[in-house]
Design a protein around this ligand. Structure first.
Ligand code: MN
Length: 265
């Protein structure tokens, strides 16, 4: 009787379906809407950038297709809310591509660490191990197999790429995670990965850290994943949510735009 409750005879999934229908469990969309203006990473010269989103109209109820409308999608792998797979980074180049992420890890608990107050006075704020230890003293250990959602309040800038990337002569100023903390998360915390509100999983000034872009380096090098450009993170409880992270399974792909949904009681 693995999937039936002895007491009620109703399956757990049926109960979940009822709770969803009655909105005792709500579905929250953590995904940034995809438009050509959705903010994207801008690498400096001499590096090459990915394309932004373009919906290329192929037919629109016209002589190209009188009863239907459809488009070709042109999009970079790392556009909008997206999942980074291990092969994205040189430290994970022998690892999984985006089609190979175990689906079990893509439906998992999520816990939220909120540093939005610190970030509001310091856009270059870096999460440290001590912040996670302080969180764990209050909320208990990060559950095994959970996603760690790093709340920074940065989604408030997602409507405007200039504000979102916050770049000046010295680079991009957006919050991130210290190298020490990234190493700790990849080696000591049994997490699936990290979800962030910013354009990438590393700080805007991540190149200046040692190693450069330490979240990419350590997480992707340890078969852990990253999700970026999340929104509505402030609607999540600190603990108790379940998230569904759904990248498309591009074989050989290094990332994919993803729909990310949270189930919240
Ligand atoms: Mn990416």
């Amino acid at each position: 009787m693995s999937h039936y409750s002895e007491q009620t005879g109703v399956s757990r999934l049926s109960n979940l379906a009822i709770d969803l229908a009655e909105e005792k469990i709500k579905v929250i969309d953590l995904t940034t809407p995809l438009t050509p203006q959705t903010p994207a990473l801008r690498l400096p010269e001499p590096f090459l950038n990915l394309v932004d989103l373009e919906l290329e109209e192929v037919a629109a109820y016209d002589n190209r297709g009188p009863l239907w409308s459809h488009n070709n999608i042109h999009i970079g792998e790392h556009f909008g809310t997206h999942v980074d797979a291990p092969v994205h980074w040189i430290s994970g180049k022998e690892g999984r591509d985006i089609s190979q992420l175990p689906v079990k890890r893509l439906v998992a608990p999520a816990v939220v660490i909120d540093m939005s107050a610190e970030v509001s006075s310091n856009p270059d704020f870096l999460l440290e191990v001590s912040h996670i230890e302080a969180w764990e003293r209050i909320h208990g250990s990060i559950p095994h197999g959970a996603w760690l959602i790093y709340r920074t309040g940065w989604e408030q800038f997602a409507h405007d790429e200039k504000l979102f990337l916050n770049s000046d002569d010295t680079g991009s100023h957006t919050p991130g995670i210290s190298a020490e903390c990234a190493k700790w998360l990849s080696e000591k915390a049994n997490i699936v990965g990290v979800g962030v509100e910013t354009v990438g999983i590393d700080a805007g000034k991540g190149f200046d850290l040692e190693p450069p872009f330490p979240v990419h380096h350590y997480l992707l090098g340890n078969d852990k994943y990253g999700v970026t450009s999340l929104k509505n993170v402030s609607s999540l409880p600190v603990t108790g949510a379940v998230i569904i992270v759904a990248p498309l399974p591009f074989v050989g792909g290094t990332a994919s735009p993803a729909r990310v949904l949270a189930l919240v009681e």
